[in-house]
Design a protein around this ligand. Structure first.
Ligand SMILES: Nc1ncnc2c1ncn2[C@@H]1O[C@H](COP(=O)(O)OP(=O)(O)OP(=O)(O)O)[C@@H](O)[C@H]1O
Ligand SMILES: [Mg+2]
Length: 242
């Protein structure tokens, strides 16, 4: 397993948001997390990505407890994985150029500016962002922020992707482009965990579909089950449990 969540819980104040969640994510497979708004999908994804600390239970990345890694192991884990946050999470006080430059400087300290710029421009073009990189996030639409967040996530060529509603607030053509880019990552055998309400993305990309209801794993479906059962597909599309 690339990522393994074992009996994880997450509570904030007195509210339990994730309840006894266990799931393994296999190398090279794509898993979609679906469920109603507020059911805990983003929280589960952040736990899997090692962004938030579980209140109880353990999250393993390649058999190592994420929260017990030493500095070197942690850096290697951060380099190998990347996340697109639901709200894009771009630093407000930096230009897009600075935002994208930072992960490359951190993870590839020997890479020259010329190569960094080339890689950045290539990705910006691939995602279809057409404005300047001197702008700051507040000057961008939500959709444009998503494009930059996606480009930033791909800069260090990760092999494990955590994507939270990465096609939300995009026009159809842009959403399709970002779905195609994830499909390219699949052909490179990346391990992908994503949250989406976009049924197109789920149908096209997901090997497994996990339904989360009220912070718990409710059901797991395979792509085949979804493709063969129109009723099930319709229920999933509505985010409703069976
Ligand atoms: N740090 C936190 N402090 C307090 N409440 C939180 C925190 N994180 C999440 N929650 C609450 O937990 C619930 C689940 O949140 P989460 O963002 O995981 O849902 P979601 O399934 O991703 O929803 P959506 O589809 O709207 O994105 C929500 O009610 C949210 O307000
Ligand atoms: Mg969410």
């Amino acid at each position: 397993m690339v990522v393994e969540m074992k009996n994880t819980y997450f509570s904030a104040q007195t509210q339990e948001i994730v309840h006894d969640f266990s799931m393994g994510f296999e190398e090279g497979k794509t898993t979609a997390l679906v469920g109603p708004s507020g059911s805990g999908k983003s929280t589960v994804l952040k736990l899997a990505a090692g962004v938030i600390v579980p209140s109880a239970g353990t999250v393993f990345f390649r058999d190592k407890d994420i929260w017990r890694m030493n500095r070197e192991q942690n850096l290697a884990f951060r380099k190998e994985s990347a996340m697109v946050f639901q709200d894009s999470a771009l630093w407000a006080n930096q230009s897009l150029y600075q935002i994208m430059e930072l992960p490359m400087k951190l993870h590839f300290p020997n890479m020259g500016k010329k190569e960094r710029d080339m890689r950045m421009n290539e990705l910006v073009e691939q995602v279809g962002y057409r404005r300047q990189l001197t702008l700051r996030p507040a000057q961008l639409s939500m959709g444009e922020q998503k494009l930059i967040a996606f480009a930033r996530a791909m800069l260090c060529n990760p092999s494990v992707l955590f994507l939270d509603e990465w096609t939300e607030s995009l026009d159809d053509a842009s959403a399709q482009r970002l779905i195609d880019l994830v499909q390219e990552r699949q052909s490179l055998h990346n391990t992908i965990i994503f949250v989406s309400h976009d049924f197109r993305a789920i149908k096209k990309l997901a090997d497994y579909i996990i339904m989360i209801i009220e912070g718990s794993l409710s059901q797991v479906f395979t792509r085949e089950q979804i493709m063969e059962d129109a009723d099930l597909a319709q229920h999933l599309q509505k985010g409703i449990s069976l």
